[in-house]
Write a protein that binds this ligand. Structure first.
Ligand code: NCD
Length: 565
């Protein structure tokens, strides 16, 4: 087998979420898919052959642990186009049934010289996880070249290749103009991973208007909606198609406020609880298009659907198949072209000439630890205030210096001044006492701050609580440890005391990323890192624009305090 040259922009990369290909990379892919589609229509063999991987030793594996027709079959047909070694794992009779882990299973398949995996699973974040895991396996066995993991739908999380073919089809209908899109998303926006991928995918367009149409039980999770708004999308919400048609036509010209592109999704009954299922018919009614309403639609409206449609209760009635509204059949066929091109790119067959930025957009790392200049004076003044608050009816932790403001003060533990050690103040200031108490325990365990000293919850004159921790004999903190502290107690201040003085003082902000600590947990039970799923791996979190912590694997949103066990 031949390997693409090192430095190829796409070879060996994975696609776990849509942002794994940046905007320019996706536009490149759509340009090539357009070329391939044209060549196929013309029957131009020379152009078609220039896309083919054409290597009987190049192994691609499909592993589908959830049902599928279009995604699985279009990948299979794409693989046949490429003339390579195509295999499918029969998951139902595999050692998954003997509780074998994902990482062991896939390591074996990598060992049989397979370069690409297309995976559909109920577990969210599985592709990112496997891409990381097999990296170590590859190194252990000296396997050359990257291994690609392609997410073909993971639980309720994402479906990035569906997003690729959807964007390609939208562009086709917008005459390849990516300046603006107005899209209605209709259906099960709660469970539908294809619409979750749109939250980031639609950033392809410069201006985005999205109308969300779903009854409350099936509405888009708030975190996704907030993320769309944070990206500057105009977002409106409607509880049924009827409400949308009325709301969209009420003020002025009929159809004026309605999107021309409508994207339907199926109610995912298999993922719903009993309570919601009892109301299935009513919910379906809210998101089923009535053929008579077609007259209310703006000129040139197109409907899309990732499919499947329910044979008895289709939300796009079959009577519309023969109308110009039908965009879903072409959309489905486009899946084949887009996936052929994706495979060619990740195999390194095409893409050499791509000259744009490579890889996901970088996450800005902000400086979340600030050393306060002139530590002595500032630190001791605030420390004396904490000490006053802390001492109310409890063990005295006040200052021994006690002089007028501006004069240097000292920390003390009881009546003995602290000569050397650590004082951490303002821990979760403003939080309820039980939360602060929980965090003091996490802080001690994560940082190993057991030992002599004390920790308190104090109430300031403003009635706000905060935590304090004193460790008189602490030898001091390395820079890495201060950064780690910020992951546990952002907002706190850290004072390092030497010879009875505040030698250094740090203010801790909210870190951009939190990772590598055994006390971390992702609260999503479907996440590949969730302990009961047995993969024995830790989650990692990245802070979002609105201050939430998003799991790097499954994208589940957490408040800061929720990422700790
Ligand atoms: C979707 C999926 O499985 O996420 N279908 C698809 O891949 N084309 C949508 C669905 O199952 O409703």
């Amino acid at each position: 087998m031949s390997f693409p040259e090192a430095g190829h922009p796409f070879a060996g990369r994975s696609l776990a979420v849509i942002q794994d290909l940046n905007r320019m990379e996706r536009l490149y892919l759509y340009g090539r898919a357009r070329e391939l589609k044209d060549a196929h229509r013309r029957g131009d063999r020379t152009v078609l052959d220039s896309f083919r991987i054409d290597d009987p030793d190049f192994g691609i594996y499909e592993v589908f642990l959830e049902d599928s027709t279009r995604t699985r079959e279009s990948f299979k047909n794409a693989a046949h186009f490429h003339r390579l070694k195509f295999s499918e794992l029969n998951a139902a009779s595999s050692s998954f049934n003997k509780s074998e882990s994902y990482s062991d299973t896939f390591a074996n398949l990598v060992g049989y010289d397979n370069r690409m995996f297309v995976i559909r699973s109920r577990l969210e974040g599985v592709c990112r996880y496997l891409a990381e895991k097999t990296e170590a396996y590859r190194e252990r066995h000296g396997i050359q070249g990257g291994i690609s993991f392609i997410n073909a739908g993971d639980g309720r999380h994402e479906h990035p290749t569906q997003e690729l073919l959807d964007e390609f089809t939208f562009l086709e209908d917008l005459q390849w103009d990516s300046r603006e899109i107005h899209l209605a998303l209709v259906g099960d926006l709660y469970h539908g991973r294809t619409v979750h991928s749109k939250v980031y995918g639609l950033g392809l367009f410069d201006r985005v208007r999205v109308d969300l149409i779903a009854p409350p039980e099936l509405s888009m999770p708030l975190s996704y909606r907030e993320e769309m708004e944070a990206q500057g999308f105009d977002v409106r919400q409607f509880s049924s198609i009827r409400e949308y048609l009325e709301g969209g036509t009420a003020q002025g010209v009929p159809g004026n406020g309605l999107a021309r592109l409508w994207y339907f999704t199926r109610p995912q009954l298999e993922r719903m609880g009993e309570r919601v299922l009892r109301r299935a018919a009513e919910l379906r009614g809210a998101i089923t298009f009535q053929p008579d309403d077609a007259v209310l639609l703006p000129e040139g409206t197109t409907f899309y659907h990732p499919l499947p449609r329910h044979r008895e209760h289709p939300t796009i009635p079959v009577s519309l198949d023969h109308t110009p509204l039908n965009g879903w059949e072409r959309q489905s066929a486009n899946g084949w072209y887009v996936r052929m091109v994706l495979l060619a790119m990740l195999a390194g067959r095409i893409g050499d000439e791509y000259a744009g930025p490579v890889g996901p957009d970088a996450v800005m790392e902000d400086d979340f630890v600030q050393e306060v200049a002139g530590a002595s004076a500032v630190a001791s003044a605030s420390a004396s205030a904490s000490a006053r608050e802390a001492s109310g009816g409890r063990a005295p932790v006040g200052t021994a210096g006690g002089g007028p403001p501006g004069e240097e003060r000292r920390f003390s533990e009881g009546i003995r001044p602290i000569r050397d050690g650590l004082v951490i103040d303002h821990i979760f200031a403003g939080a309820p006492p039980e939360k602060i108490r929980g965090h003091l325990t996490t802080l001690i365990s994560v940082m190993g701050l057991h030992g002599r000293g004390g920790e308190w919850i104090s109430t300031g004159r403003d009635g706000r609580c905060k935590g304090l921790l004193f460790r008189p004999d602490h030898p001091g903190l390395e820079e890495g440890e201060v950064r780690k502290l910020a992951a546990v107690i952002p907002g706190a201040t850290v004072n390092v005391i030497r010879g009875g003085r505040v030698q250094r003082k740090f203010r801790l902000g909210h870190p951009r990323r939190i990772y590598g600590l055994p006390e971390l947990i992702c609260r999503n039970e479907a996440c590949i890192t969730f302990p009961e799923n047995g993969e024995q791996t830790l989650p990692r979190f990245t802070r979002s624009r609105n201050g939430h912590y998003i799991c790097d694997y499954c994208s589940h949103t957490h408040e800061f305090t929720e990422v700790w066990r």
